[in-house]
Design a protein around this ligand. Sequence first.
Ligand code: HPA
Length: 282
Amino acid sequence: MGQVYEKLQRCYENVRLRMEEMHSTDFVPKVAIVLGSGLGDFAETIRVEYELPYGEIEGFPVSTVPGHAGKFIFGYVGEVPVACMKGRVHYYEGYPISDVVLPIRLLKLMGAEILFLTNAAGGVNPSFQAGDLMMIRDHIAVFAPNPLIGPNIDELGTRFPDMSEVYDKELQKLIRRTAREHHIFLQEGVYTQLTGPSYESPAEIRMLRLMGCDAVGMSTVAEAIAANHMGMKICGISCISNLAAGMTASPLSHKEVQEAADMAAPHFKKLVTEVVQGMGAV
Ligand code: HPA
């Protein structure tokens, strides 16, 4: 067994033990939700069964970024059992990319069939505004390391996975319909993951726009690749926290990103809650 898979198995056994202690071994999440920067408020809508701080799982990567307090929240949104990640680790923190996707793989081992990814992102499309929500239709992965590099983990998936429909069409319809029903304005587009931690230069943003990118960030794509490898159904929403570099007069700051995410939080929370409830029927 390879090192990456061994570490995953160890973390999984650790979580199972913790679940036994909490008499929750029969809890099987259907939907895994990853909450991006400043979008943690959504967690309030979960009827919590139990919480597990990442730091209590042996060997589990723990984030160092302010605003990314790391824990799993297991519980229900309506009738749908969910596993929510409040906080994620980023490649720019210095973790190997296999650690960045470890939590996603763990949630699949726990039984999650659907992965709902969220993030705060810079708007590259000039028609976007700070505070917009964007449903991810596709992504550009070529600027960040691929999490499947290394010996293939045959237990999880195939060596050369198809990537022609990473973001599930049915889930996209569900998100679109739900936004319409609740009068929530929804943009759609292509998300690109860069490594960060520095924001992009204006020239890089112009390059990304020419390539067909609508939003840019430092997460999500590696997680989507790992989940697609394992055959999960995937969807994603970006909260456009700022217009990308060179598109406004002011320089970018992490504070601004968090403030815009806070502004969009009520819409975001409503949309994610309603969509997850709709996933009960998927
Ligand atoms: N660039 C990259 N990542 C981001 C941005 C951005 O402008 N905003 C929020 N995350």
